[in-house]
Write a protein that binds this ligand. Structure first.
Ligand code: HC0
Ligand code: SF4
Length: 575
């Protein structure tokens, strides 16, 4: 350790600390902007490009960026000198000099980190009014909008895309005043191999990268008298939406969520978790089929569309490895427009399915034509958790004060196995709960497979199915997924089944969730809440969901093998 003095306060800190780390230890706040340190997810951005964290170091003539300056023994630091404060303010003033001032109507209004900092540093005028950049808005993709005018060159998106996701889509182009961040040759996003994972959106401090907005489309459909609009919500929404209404991270709001959607005017309010239970019926059967018939192993889960896009772009020789299951919300849409429509006597062409997802890629997934049935999309509109929050505020719904309500039935019942889909490790644990009973023919007493849980980027575990050992691999974050895939390609993988989620933490850390502002505790609290919700459920195995059982009896036939089940719920991935 070394001893340093910050604003007359002495602290002892590990040698590898930066001044910023030491200040946190001393309880002294140094403002930051480009800095990002998601410790558990190993996502650290230390470009020191914004110069907002400047501090004075005794005996050094120049100010130093606290985020990138290592401590040394006996260092004396002042964070609160007039010179440091002025330098910080000037850094923000310079950023504002080349930034649009349309804050009032900006998507990030009141949740923009640059705006918050301007307030915190008491910036009161746009001082420097020189040349401004004006770029073309990139709306080429179905999922992500890139607004270069709002980019402050912090490079957090580059770190997320290149280091964590290893997708290599975003990097700095040009020099000096003309520097921008974008795809090679500044191609439109849609012409790159972007997976639309949305992790660049999740870490962008401004509105330079956002999801494509679809809230207006939902309002329009809700107000068309001849349309029957049903909504489904992903597992990860219920543990995060509350954050947008001032609740503690990890607050479970399932009941209020159902009530809120009903107040918005949806004709039926459903749960993607029903689709997740159906997915397990199909995926567990498919795994058993592959195990018994010498099929392709390991089998990879296929419910994360960014992950599917990653394998299509980067491992085209391996598209036969993922399960052929459509993802739960797509399965749900399919079931709604066939089984439910038939049951309720509604023309499927008049039914509109809206998905509320923690995810940006789901927007692009829903637009994939190979998933549609009779030229009718399974899911018509996808909005993110953030967009739902915006709509509730727009509608004047006082979320806090809503009573707890239930989802509609049928298709509203779900199990704890479906809830845990929302976190890394959950899909494969849910599959094991069912596969165990189907393979051994015995009742699984202890449903918690704790060895599959946690936040480590790559995890391995063996599940003992009464003598038959199933080797499980779990990866979250596409960089970790890449390692797993390379092992499979090189014949080094001994796994039978692998779960991959593109976003760090799984869906709870999705690109459409409330911003975590670099605090990975928030994602951990959401994970804890997911497991709490699972424990609270009276049924915790997908194959015991009575409404799912009924669906198979009345309509789908045998899981995986039934003709309808196979035609409606499975797809083919193509390179
Ligand atoms: Fe997920 Fe899903 S669990 S991808 O992580 O599988 O987005 O929450 O809705 O479809 O169920 C996201 C979350 C879903 C789907 C489910 C899966
Ligand atoms: Fe990279 Fe994902 Fe952003 Fe695409 S969406 S640019 S893959 S981080």
């Amino acid at each position: 350790t070394v001893k340093v003095t910050i604003n007359d306060k002495e602290v002892e800190v590990p040698r590898e600390y930066t001044i910023l780390n030491a200040a946190v230890e001393a309880g002294i706040k140094i403002p930051t902007l480009c800095h990002l340190d998601l410790h558990d997810l190993k996502m650290v951005n230390r470009t020191a490009s914004c110069r907002v964290c400047m501090v004075e170091v005794e005996q050094r003539p120049n100010l130093a960026p606290a985020c990138a300056t290592p401590v040394n023994d006996g260092m004396v630091i002042r964070t609160d000198s007039l010179r440091a404060i002025r330098a910080r303010r000037m850094a923000v003033e310079l950023l504002l000099s080349n930034h649009p001032t349309d804050c009032l109507i900006c998507q990030r209004n009141l949740r923009c980190e640059l705006q918050a900092l301007a307030k915190e540093l008491n910036v009161r005028e746009i001082k420097y009014t020189g040349k401004r950049n004006k770029y073309h808005l990139d709306t080429s993709s179905q999922a992500v909008i890139k607004n270069q005018d709002k980019c402050i060159l912090c490079r957090r998106c580059e770190t997320a895309c290149n280091e964590i996701q290893t997708c290599g889509i975003l990097s700095a182009l040009n020099r000096g005043f003309d520097t921008i961040v974008g795809p090679a040759f500044n191609l439109p996003m849609a012409e790159t191999s972007c997976t639309y994972c949305g992790q660049c959106v999740a870490v962008c401090p401004t509105a330079a990268l956002t999801e494509v907005f679809h809230t207006h489309k939902v309002w329009e459909e809700l107000h068309k008298p001849d349309k029957y609009v049903v909504v489904q919500v992903a597992p990860a929404i219920r543990v995060a939406l509350g954050e947008l209404f001032g609740m503690e991270p990890g607050t479970i709001v399932t009941g209020k969520l159902a009530a809120a959607l009903r107040r918005m005017g949806f004709d039926q309010v459903y749960d993607t978790e029903f689709g997740a239970d159906v997915t397990i019926m199909e995926e567990a059967k498919e795994l058993i089929h592959r195990l018994e018939n010498g099929g392709r192993l390991p089998m990879l889960t296929s419910c994360c569309p960014a992950w599917v896009s990653f394998i299509e772009h980067q491992f085209p020789d391996m598209v036969d490895v993922p399960s052929t299951c459509k993802s739960p919300h797509i399965m749900f849409g399919t079931i709604a427009k066939t089984y439910l429509a038939e049951k309720m006597g509604i023309d499927p062409k008049k039914m509109v399915v809206v998905s509320v997802m923690p995810c940006v890629t789901k927007k692009a997934e829903a637009a994939r034509t190979e998933l549609s049935i009779d030229d009718n999309d399974n899911v018509d509109i996808v909005i993110t958790t953030r967009e739902l929050g915006d709509m509730l505020k727009e509608a004047g719904i006082d979320f806090d004060k809503l009573p707890d309500e239930d989802f509609d039935h049928p298709l509203g019942e779900s199990t704890g196995a479906a809830t845990i889909f929302g976190t890394t490790g959950g899909v494969i644990e849910a599959a094991m709960r069912t596969a165990y009973e189907w393979i051994t023919g015995e009742t699984l007493e202890k449903v918690d497979f704790k060895q599959l849980r946690g936040m480590k980027g790559i995890r391995e575990a063996t599940v003992d199915l009464k003598g038959q050992e199933i080797k499980i691999g779990i990866a979250h974050g596409l960089g970790n997924a890449r390692q797993m895939l390379e092992d499979i390609r090189n014949g080094k993988s001994e796994f039978h089944a692998i779960e991959i989620m593109a976003c760090p933490g799984g869906c709870i850390g999705g690109g459409g969730q409330p911003y975590h502002y670099g605090n990975d505790e928030i994602v951990k609290k959401r994970q804890e809440a997911i497991y709490k919700e699972d424990e609270r459920k009276s049924i915790r195995k997908s194959h015991e969901n009575p409404e799912v059982i009924k669906l198979y009896e009345e309509y789908l036939g045998e899981p995986y093998y039934g003709e309808r089940a196979h035609n409606l719920l499975h797809t083919k991935f193509e390179a």
